[in-house]
Structure formats: structure tokens, C-alpha cells
Ligand binder design. Sequence first.
Ligand SMILES: *Cc1c(COP(=O)(O)O)cnc(C)c1O
Length: 461
Amino acid sequence: MSEQKIPYKIYLEESEMPKQWYNVRADMKNKPAPLLNPETLKPMTAEELSVVFCEELVQQELDNDNRYIDIPKEIIDFYKMYRPAPLVRAYCLEEKLKTPAKIYYKFEGNNTSGSHKLNSAIAQAYYAKKQGLKGVTTETGAGQWGTALSMACSYLDLDCKVFMVKCSYEQKPFRREVMRTYGASVTPSPSMETEVGKKILAEHPGTTGSLGCAISEAVEVAVGSEGYRYVLGSVLNQVLLHQSIIGMETKAALDKYGITPDIIIGCAGGGSNLGGLISPFMGEKLRGEKNYHVIAIEPASCPSLTRGVYAYDFCDTGMVCPLAKMYTLGSGFIPSANHAGGLRYHGMSSVLSQLYADGYMEARSVEQTAVFEAAEKFARVEGILPAPESSHAIKVAIDEAMKCKETGEEKTIVFGLTGTGYFDMVAYEKFHNGEMKDYVPTDEELKVGFDGIPRFAGNME
Ligand SMILES: *Cc1c(COP(=O)(O)O)cnc(C)c1O
């Protein structure tokens, strides 16, 4: 086993690509809490959910039992445009750090959208098309999800309406143009196109928007337009299911060389890449077959797992979506202007929240200057220019590798490199100019967000 030389990159053959997604919920003893109807406080039924989501995705959202779900052939064909994704042995980083640890990363940035989000975008667009819908609506913050969805929709000839958080719309014109190249319409949010947008603008003139507000607008348009449904790029059970392709490929690549990781690390915004990366490993852990040290990394400025509360909360600012039980900072929490746009959501996937509550994983928060130091160190030796989001995982992978250097342990570390940072050069510029600030909310600031969490029997009482 250890005689075998591990290559710099482990590539799977196309024929070795997983043909099924793995549904970790099937192996969870404590299932993630169901979405609740905010009016009745009863679990959302398939019928209620199908107003917002297309039917097959509703089934996937509610499916806590089927361990494997076939990936339709059309989606596998699309995946082949950019998958299998390589599992890279970070030999150059190991050498630079002079660590006995063995570091691997799963690189998901090898597509035009630049992140793992395409894995779920194509699945959601496919099921919408299959149902005969005309189009989908969504929100985007930094723009990775909107870009991924616009690529998937153009491939399938579906209309795509994106509400983009206004400050990103203005600050990231290139992302916007990529989306328009793939045929999406992009509206800065809050907008005058929806009732909720008008209301938010009337209450907060001059607001630069938030993800929660853009979600409310996108849902309103989907529900009010014949032949449209809403799609979401993270947080939901169905999205973690689609992202399990990341973990299944990682496991297949490791198994080829008989490698067993000790530590698995991923950044966590809404939880989709981490949930996907860890899923088959977590399955083994849940079934008591193996043990892995799983670590979720979040920004210190938006610390939902490390400082949030585990409660039912609104998913959006306009409070039009179902309630989800998750570690949350409150839907009214506005994180400081940190540069990891994909990690600024106030809540965390219900699946990951339950696993965390049950002690199956650890969470850590890191400050952004340290994250960019790690990003730069990584770029200089491994060549890839990482996204700020992904660099949260890099930072902790390096920390763990340095601990191994002290103890002499040869641990195997696997982390998710979710994307590239070409659209984040303003953030890199601030870092290089020494103008980047670290921001950690005070307990009083967090309390403002917690105060907005709904109170009812068994919730926040
Ligand atoms: C969106 C995004 C994330 C965070 O989202 P998750 O759902 O938590 O995975 C991480 N990295 C990149 C590059 C992203 O675009």
C-alpha cells in the first residue's frame, strides 16, 4: 500500500464516475428537522413545497430513507464536461510546510462558473426542464451560483432570472456579464419588480441588499409566474444530495490507492460543498464502520455554527420561505463586508446542523486576513488561485499540517478546494495593500439577530 507511488493528481476514468448520489440522511439516526409552514408550524407537505420547487426535487428534499438515488444519464453527460474532478496530492505545499502530514484536495474549480455549484445547478435545471417548466428564478450573492445556474439553463434551453444582491451587482460587473453571456437576465436586488423589493426599498432607501432579500424576490417571481419555479444553490437537502458527487469521487480516488483520511476539512457557507464532500465518509462514521475527524470552517464574521443558536428560523428576509431548523444567526443578521461572499448566509444546512448537534463534526471560525495569508501561500506553491471561500479550508488544512509537524504525526488530511478566485481580485488587492480588516461581531450585535428568530412552543423559549 505505502509502496505505491501516489501521483500528484488522481484522476478517475469517466467510467469510474459515480452513477448514483448518496443520501446521507438515510444513515442518520436523528434525521434533520423538517421544513415547517410558517403559518401552521406543521411540516411542509409535498403539495405545499411543489408550489415553489419542481416535483422531483420536492421528493428528493423529503427523502430521508433512500440511501442511493440514480443520477439521470443527461446529468451524467453534463458532468462529463468538467468531471471527474481531480484529487490532488499537495506535494508542493507539504514540502513548503516541511510537514510529515499528507495533504490532498479535491479541486472543484475546473469549470467556467469556477465552483462546485454547477453540480447542483445542472440537476435542478434538468428536473425543471423534465417537468416542462419555462424557467427558474434564483438569487445570487457573489455570483457563483447565478453563473452556474445560467450555464445549466442555457444548456437545457430554460429561462433563467437571477436577482443579484445590489452591492455585488455593482462591484462585480464581470460576473454579471458572464451570466448574461449564458442568457440569464440579471436584476439588482432589492428591485421595483416585486412587492417585497418595493417594501424593502421603502423601508430602507439606499440599501445595497442582502442574500435573504434577493431570495424573497426570486421566490415571489417564481410563485407568481406561470411555468416558473424557484431554485436555491445551497442549504437544502436536495443540494447536499447533488453535491455528494464530490465526496463519492473523492472516496473512489482514495480507495484506488488504499488511502484513508484522518481529517476532512471544508468551508461552510450554507453547507453544500462540505455536506457533499463528507457524505460517504460520514455514512461510514454514522454506521460505526470508520471514524474521521470532520471540520467545518466558517468566517469569524458570520459564525453560524460556532456562535449561532440551533432553532427554527426564517430562510429569507421577506419571510416568504418555510422555516428551517438550523444553526442560525437570525435572518436579520447582516454580516460585515467580508470578502468571502459565498460564506455570508445567516444559517446552515439542516443536515449539517443535526450532525453538528449530535457531535459528528467540529466547527471552527477563522479571520479573513489569516485566510488570505493561507490563500497566497497556497497559490505560490500549488499554482491554483483559490476563491476566498475555499481558502478558509486551506487555512485550517495548513494549521493541522503544522500540528503534525510539531508532533511528528503523518496524518492524512483531505480538504475541499471549492473554486477559483479570479473574480475576487479586489479582495486580494485589499489584502496586498494591507487594507484588509478582520471583523468579529460582538455578543450584543449577535443578539440583535437572535431577537428576530421566531418564538413558539419549543423554539427559542
Ligand atoms: C458558494 C460557495 C461556497 C459556499 O457554499 P456552500 O454551500 O457552503 O458550499 C464555497 N466556495 C465557493 C467557491 C462557493 O462559490
